[in-house]
Design a protein. Structure first.
Length: 140
């Protein structure tokens, strides 16, 4: 089971700054993840929260169940040390994903506090970032 966790504002995909994030809705993203997971022969569960404490709790759950995680931390990427400390406890693999390429955007997005505890980061391919992350995790 791969947990696909999404941070604040990502439920508003489709209406949120479509020039940056595209017109795909969060429901479309969740569908894409499920279809891709099925094609790859793995199972995935997609969740989203605007709440840092809830997201930290989900990472603890993944740590306890030894699940692999695909995480779009959204704005938490840039400042949440509590999320980073939770991610550091994961025994499974962690892939950080972003729809946009934060390195090509505003200065405050250039630093990720999560990258240092992730196995890898995939950014800039829209919802394709999630597909690439699933492919990476599905590889033996
Ligand atoms: C994001 C990039 C972050 O900088 C931003 O705060 C988001 C979305 C992305 O997927 O491109 O909310 O994580």
């Amino acid at each position: 089971m791969i947990l696909v966790l999404n941070g604040p504002n990502l439920r508003r995909l489709g209406t949120r700054e479509p020039e940056v994030y595209g017109s795909t809705t969060f429901a479309d993203l969740a569908d894409l993840v499920q279809r891709t997971a099925a094609d790859l022969g793995v199972t995935a569960e997609v969740r989203q929260t605007d709440d840092e404490a809830e997201l930290v709790g989900w990472i603890h759950e993944a740590a306890d169940s030894r699940a692999d995680v695909i995480l779009n931390p959204a704005a938490f990427t840039h400042y949440s040390y509590s999320l980073r400390d939770a991610c550091a406890q994961l025994p499974g693999r962690l892939i950080e994903v972003h729809l946009s390429n934060p390195a090509a955007r505003e200065e405050f997005r250039h630093h990720s506090v999560i990258s240092g505890v992730a196995d890898g980061t995939i950014a800039g391919f829209g919802t394709g970032s999630y597909v690439l992350a699933l492919q990476a995790l599905a590889r033996p």
